[in-house]
Design a protein around this ligand. Structure first.
Ligand code: HEM
Length: 138
């Protein structure tokens, strides 16, 4: 169980590295007009998204493995709240994918300021999820 938890947290850290960095790349991509710069950003965004997806799947697999090993987790209020927020986080990643395609097609219309604000979403979810899982307030 402890090994599974350790691997779970390693995947969580890798996932968040991507969740924080991809919208940052979008901030800089918005200001890039030249073709070589655009193509470089598209490549970086695509590669990062691939790594984030592997990390997200690893987080889910090892998190759910702990639930399967101890189904009692599903009776706990903090776990329900955590799973709700993790589903929201996975949805946020899907939304980033939609926008990654828009950047690649040069159809993004959102500003750098928008992407800076979007970058706060995973930060807020990270704080809430870590408090839920460590403090277990309910
Ligand atoms: C993908 C769905 C997820 C599932 C099913 C899941 C499930 C679990 C379970 C069952 C534990 C053991 C809890 C305990 O014994 O106290 C755990 C630990 C942990 N999870 Fe998740 N988790 C998921 C996603 C996440 C995410 C997205 C984060 C970070 C934002 C996260 C952060 C943590 C941390 C830091 C621990 C260690 C807590 C401790 O030992 O005090 N998990 N997770």
């Amino acid at each position: 169980m402890l090994w599974v938890k350790a691997i779970h947290v390693i995947f969580v850290v890798a996932w968040f590295a991507g969740l924080f960095y991809l919208p940052r790349l979008f901030v800089y991509h918005v200001d890039t007009q030249d073709t070589a710069g655009h193509d470089r950003f598209v490549l970086m965004e695509r590669k990062l998204y691939g790594l984030m997806t592997i990390a997200m799947i690893g987080t889910w697999v090892f998190g759910l493995a702990m639930v399967v090993m101890n189904p009692g987790y599903l009776q706990l209020g903090w776990m329900h709240a955590k799973l709700t927020l993790v589903i929201a986080l996975s949805g946020y990643q899907g939304w980033l994918k939609v926008n990654l395609r828009k950047f690649a097609n040069r159809t993004n219309t959102r500003s750098g300021r928008f992407w800076r604000i979007a970058n706060e979403v995973p930060a807020v979810l990270l704080i809430a999820i870590v408090i839920l899982v460590v403090v277990k307030p309910f």
